[in-house]
Design a binder for this molecule. Sequence first.
Ligand SMILES: [Zn+2]
Length: 394
Amino acid sequence: MKTLITNGKIVGRKILANNILIENDKIADIDYKGEITEDVDVYDANGAYVMPGFIDVHVHGGGKSDFMDATKEDFETVVKTHLKYGTTLLTPTAMTATEENLKNFILAYKDFKENSSFSNFTAGIHLEGPYFSGANSKSKGAQSGDLLRKIDIEEMQRLWNLYPNAIVRWDAAPELENYDKFAEFCQMYNIIPSVAHTAATTEETLRAFEKGFSHITHFYNATTTYHKEGQKVLDGVVEATYLTDDVTVELICDGKHIPKGVLQLALKLKGVEKTLAITDGTALSGTDLLKGKLGGRKNGTDIIVDDGVAKLIDLSSYAGSICTMQKALKVLVQQYDIPLTEASIMLSLAPAKLLKIDKMYGSIEIGKKADLVVVDTLLNINCVMKDGKFIGDI
Ligand SMILES: [Zn+2]
C-alpha cells in the first residue's frame, strides 16, 4: 500500500514544501519526485501543514469515558475521541484510587491491548499516584485526599505483576518516606519516576533527582515554588527543575492552567525538546458537557466546567482539563506566540523522547511510522493518518 501526500508544508525543525511517500505503515520518502504509478493513492494537501501525530502522555479521558471506567470499550472511546483531534498515541492515565480500582484499570488495559483494534494507539500506562502528600495538603489538586497513601513497594510490585511492562510512568511526591525506594523500583522496571502533587522543597526535589526522578508532572500545577510562610522564605520543585538540565517537564496547554509568560519561561529554560505539551484531559474532553466525573463514573470526583476548565464543584481547585491536543496546538501558536515548529516538537517529538520511542515516532522522517496530522492555516484538522492509513469518521 502506497500513499503520496502532495503539496504539503511539512512541519519539522523548519517548514518545507514537499511530497511525502508512505509505504505501508512507514514514511518512505519526504522529497518524492519519482513517478506516480497506478498503485499509489494521491492525497493533495492543498498547501496545508503536515505535522507528526500528537503524543499525549497525560490524559485521563475523553468522549464521556474515563480510563478509570476500566473497560476495553471505554479505552476505545477515549482513544477514538482524541484521535479526531490529532492524537495518534497516548498513555492512559490512572487517578489515585484504591488498589482494587487500580487493578481494574490495569486489567482493562490488558484486555484492550490484547483484544482491541485500537491497541496500537497507546504506549503503556501512566499511574498518577497514589503516593502523594496527605489529605490536607494544598498540592493534592483533584486527587482523592482519603486515598493518598505512603509509598508501598509491595503494592507497586503487585500492580506491576498484573501486566508486566505495561506501566511506563509512575508519579509520586518526593518528600515522602521511601522516595528513594520508589525511584529504585521504577528504574528496575524501566518506569519513568515523575514528581507530582508535592509539597517538596528544592533540596528534597534535588535529592529525588539524584535517586532517579527525571520528570515533572503538570509542571507548576500542584508543585511548589518560591513563597513566603510568615517570616520564612521557601523554595520548591520549580527551582530544582530549572537547576537540573536533564529533567523534563510537561505543561497543561489548555490556555488556563499555565499563563503565557510561565510557559515561555519554561520553554526558554528547559529547551523545547524537554518541554512537553499535555492535555490532562478528562471525560469531558471532546464533548460539550458542562459537568461530569474525573476518575470514572462509579468512583470519580464530580467536576464542572467553569471558564473553559474542569474544576471541583466547590471551585476550590482545577480538576484536569477539557483540552485536546489540537486545542493545545492552537493555544501555543495562536495565543502564546510559540512558532509552529516548536509547538510541534512539544506535541510530538518531546513526548516521544520521554517515552524513548523517538526512533519510530514523534517526527516526519524516513523510516518512522506514518502517524500524521494535516492542519489548515487556522490549525483546524483536515485529516489524521495512523500507521499509514487515513482515519475516516470513527
Ligand atoms: Zn492528571
